[in-house]
Design a protein around this ligand. Structure first.
Ligand SMILES: [Zn+2]
Length: 181
């Protein structure tokens, strides 16, 4: 059995006997690493890849054969502050979790650890899902709300970050209240 070790989310996933997951870690350049992987797997470089890579601070790279994943890589560029690294890495790990169709594992952790009940089947936007993974990882480490807001303005791509924060708050279960008499 092969496993995907999603380090920031704290999830180890069984992914069958064929698929392989690689966390390539911090790289100097997303574009350079993507082109190296293209070379390794004999893929041609598309203009679209290149444009996206120039802006990206992290990415998920997959090689599919006959509509199934064979190799899944994540890699990212080191950010100046630790919470930003958590943000970026958890985002890519959640894309991987989604690709391997195992978002239920994250849903369980959100419910058990943070009392947030999210049904990922109702969210069809993969960037919103990836941003929810980042929120989970940041709250799990006790990162202050003000810093999270700042991270979402710096790193949250377009509206998906705002949508993810709204969904997280919407599905937060009420805390137990204790009354003292
Ligand atoms: Zn993404």
């Amino acid at each position: 059995m092969n496993y995907a070790n999603l380090k920031i989310l704290g999830i180890t996933l069984p992914i069958g006997h064929i698929d392989k997951y690689h966390d390539d870690g911090f790289v100097e350049s997303i574009l350079k690493h993507s082109l190296e992987l293209n070379k390794k797997y004999g893929k041609t470089n598309s203009d679209c890849d290149i444009k996206a890579c120039k802006r990206a601070v992290g990415t998920s790279y997959r090689v599919c054969i006959n509509h199934r994943i064979f190799y899944y890589h994540i890699f990212y560029v080191k950010q100046p502050i630790e919470s930003a690294n958590i943000f970026v890495r958890a985002h890519e790990e959640t894309h991987a979790l989604n690709a391997f169709e195992q978002l239920d594992t994250l849903a369980e952790k959100l419910l058990e650890e943070q009392r947030v009940k999210i049904n990922f089947k109702e969210i069809d936007e993969s960037e919103v899902i990836a941003n929810l993974g980042s929120l989970y990882a940041l709250y799990a480490r006790g990162i202050p709300q003000s810093e999270i807001e700042w991270l979402y303005t710096m790193y949250g791509n377009d509206d998906s970050g705002t949508t993810a924060k709204r969904i997280y708050k919407q599905f937060e279960l009420p805390r137990k209240r204790f009354f003292l008499f």
